[in-house]
Design a binder for this molecule. Structure first.
Ligand code: ZN
Length: 137
């Protein structure tokens, strides 16, 4: 049976990364790794490593992105959890067999990783991202 290897990251939607960072960096003492523009997600993302996982602060950079509408509807907060699996295709097949509602029936293939989302209705209201790390081409 396929299972979860680890929690890869937790994504939190914020209005303003610069305004948010002092809590995570100064109050909690997490060392910021870097901030990156991610045009494919229309977002700016701050990466805060915590042990073997990461907290990502995601600030929408356009009004049309998924995270921008999330922010508008629900305000700042937890956006998704990302769990790492060894074989995402096998995990998706396992979930389909169990009748679990998915956002992506097939994994999206990106450089270095494959990913898919499980619908929050299947997971106690939390959007779950599945991740498989692959060899860079
Ligand atoms: Zn993610």
């Amino acid at each position: 049976m396929e299972t979860i290897k680890k929690l890869n990251h937790i994504a939190i939607v914020v209005r303003d990364i610069d305004a948010s960072l002092p809590f995570w960096e100064n109050a909690l003492g997490i060392q910021l790794d870097h901030i990156e523009e991610v045009p494919s997600q229309q977002a700016r993302v701050a990466f805060l490593p915590v042990g073997d996982s990461e907290i990502e602060l995601v600030q929408p950079t356009t009004a049309e992105s998924g995270t921008a509408s999330f922010l508008e509807k629900r305000g700042e907060g937890l956006h998704h959890l990302c769990v790492e699996v060894a074989d995402i295709d096998a995990m998706l097949a396992q979930l389909k067999t169990a009748g679990i509602r998915l956002i992506n029936e097939e994994a999206l293939v990106l450089p270095g990783r494959k990913m898919a989302f499980v619908h929050p209705k299947a997971a106690n209201g939390v959007l779950i991202e599945l991740y498989e790390l692959t060899e860079p081409e």
